[in-house]
Design a binder for this molecule. Sequence first.
Ligand code: C5P
Length: 239
Amino acid sequence: MQLVIALDLPSAAENLALAESLGAFDGLWMKVGFRSYIRDGRPFLDTLKSINPHFKIFLDLKLYDIPNTMADAAQEIAELDVEMFNLHASAGPRAMEAVMRRLEPYGRERPLVLAVTALTSFSEEEFRAIYGAGIDEKAKEFARASWEAGLDGVVCSAFESRAIKEETSPEFLTLSPGIRPFGEDAGDQRRVATLELAVQEQVDFPVVGRPIYRAEDPVAKVQEILDRMRDIQSKRGGE
Ligand code: C5P
């Protein structure tokens, strides 16, 4: 399990200050979203890497377009030297296959590709009106299609992680937002999972935003999370 920190602060300066304060932790993942990337672009990614070259970047752009345009975008993302990005599974198997084909020349250097199955902001009714099926059913179907297209994993709630691995493969990665490591304030998240639950549900990448950047001491908070992750995992390994 690897911790992903959502860099969701309102300015590049604040996000970089947070990253800088966490510079001593090797191998942390930094999630860079729409807002930040549109505003701050590639120089922001380069600055993150200059703070710590071992930071890994997850570019959360959720691509959705025709297959060739998605493949073009995927290739440009691979050139950005980021370690992971995502796209919408509802763009369809042909688009997902085109993306994976386009990344083939990068071999083991290619970024990991995750699919978004269902946006959690949808109510069941809204989702059904657009996709013609229920969220659970369709999310599983999308997860399966993205696995068959050769993607590395999906973005899903911690509560769906295990079912998705059962539907696909234990190696198919799951990245889950809405994690409140020690049961912190849920904010606008509707269903939140603790670290304990995320480990139990085999989440590969827990994403944590506010509980870290709103903590009085974000560095201590990250240390606490990493220690706890290690603890829970070693306990489970010993079972
Ligand atoms: O602050 P918090 O820990 O709730 O941040 C979670 C991050 O994950 C935010 O960047 C949010 O946009 C993102 N996210 C989410 N739920 C989804 C997909 C992404 O909370 N379904």
